[in-house]
Design a protein around this ligand. Sequence first.
Ligand code: FAD
Length: 550
Amino acid sequence: MRASNPAPDLTRIARQIELSYRVDDVRNARESWAAATSDTCFAVLDGAEKFARDVLEPLNFSMDRSGCALVDGRVVTAPGHRTGWVSYVEAGWPTLEAALEYGGQGLPAILAFAAQELFDRACPAFGMLPVPQRSAFRLIDAYGTDAMRGEWLPRLASGEWGATVCVSEVGAGSDLARASTRATPNDDGTWSITGEKCWISYGDHDLTDQIGHAVLAQTIDAEGRKRPSLFLVPARLPDGSRNTVAVRRLEHKLGLHGSPTCALGFEGATGWLLGEPGRGLAQLFVMIANMRLAVGAMGLGIASAAADVALAYAAERKQGGKPDPLPINQHADVRLQLLDALTAPTLLRGLLFAVANANDLAAQGDGDAEALAAWLLPIVKTTGGEVAFDTAGAAIQVLGGAGYTNEWPAEQALRDARVLTIFEGATGIQALDLTHRRLLADDSSYRAFLGVAETCSDDRLKACIAELEKAANWLKANPAKADGGATAFLHLAAVAALSWIAAEYVGSGTDDAVLKVTADHWLDTAASKAAALGARIKAGAALADRFAAL
Ligand SMILES: Cc1cc2nc3c(=O)[nH]c(=O)nc-3n(C[C@H](O)[C@H](O)[C@H](O)COP(=O)(O)OP(=O)(O)OC[C@H]3O[C@@H](n4cnc5c(N)ncnc54)[C@H](O)[C@@H]3O)c2cc1C
């Protein structure tokens, strides 16, 4: 019998929404967003938590055990998955952030991400389908024709239809420009897509009648050059027949067993161009940006559940102490482990909410918010993945031998979390993006972050920001050494970003004990962590050169 996750503290999550970056500006920025009053926010959290507890959590273990199967060329999901999906759609959970005109509830993105945390806390593999669905909605909204918008957006918003992002290939993982899948124009305005995409999440399944694949494929421009372009390739064609998209393999993997990961063969499949030919990579960013933020939310869900499991277990488990055994949460070493395990997800939630709000304001034309979101996106994506894995590992340590068994959810959490720093751009790639594009090529997003951090008066934040500025100036003066320092710089930027959230909580005068204690705990050591990362940034290039001597 598998132990369940303790209930999350919804009051704290609601407080963090109220303390989030410019939340009232978001409420004022669009008529439908004004509906996200604190009462509505709490009602959404409460409903999402109940749904997660009643429907998703019971599925988590069984989906992990059963996995998916490939039967006669089609993917069959784990027993109970389809029933859970139908309940999710009927309850209207996919519709939270979609615009009213497409049947959505028109709420701000912060609520969709807050609900996602609660769903992914219960069953991350289930959550791997709504993420591309919500992200494809944004892509088709931005680059689809009116006809595509009319046909696809209401069905993606409701959850009736699914979606994938099909970019990776055996020879094109981080380096998407090397994609070899090609698209050739047909006489009727459609395109024929040929090639193989790998590791496609929910590439096929039995949960929705239609799947829209957002496929990156090479087209040839007027000068005969290959150009990456984006296509919408439906699994089922308008006449009801199946498109020529074959499931060539179903991967067996470390975690997320309930989420089918497929190699898909596009065998002259019919596709429709999205946006402009040759602009595929740039256009794809609308979808990828939302998916990266969703990785942060998934990491938060896994981490917050793991921290709560550790806290609850440590209050009950008795070891040591004289004459009577003590609950292990009375031992100083365990207390420190618990404090660390609670701190990172608490601050990560604040960071996730900040980016969600900044994105919403950016969509309304707010340039400062857009620049801030651009700086924080690789940070929240990477931090989400790292905090999830580290907190699951910390929970296993607190639970001892019990944590290593599947009677407790932490071992599955550790396995499920491991991929979060790989897909949607591996950590090293996020680091190069932050360092080269967002600092060295054009530092306006970095300056936007410094601008918001400057508004906090906490001296510990100021010391941390001073380390960030020292490191940024050193990289600007030594661009040839930037690759060697990039990952440490991403980690330093993450320490600074979480310190900003912590300083906001301290400055707010909140009486929430967890927010106060975790914020102080983080800020007290932030500058020393930042200084150590600063040293690593400078040493990185020379250290990497050691490898050449092997
Ligand atoms: C469970 C799962 C689900 C997935 N779902 C999808 C999906 O739905 N759609 C999809 O298209 N893809 C999906 N992927 C693929 C995923 O996005 C890729 O695995 C990821 O982008 C990394 O590519 P890669 O695996 O080829 O690694 P590589 O690109 O080979 O990278 C391997 C390592 O080398 C480093 N590296 C690579 N290039 C550089 C460089 N230039 N400089 C410095 N370091 C570098 C990376 O940081 C990484 O650590 C999924 C993968 C998994 C495991």
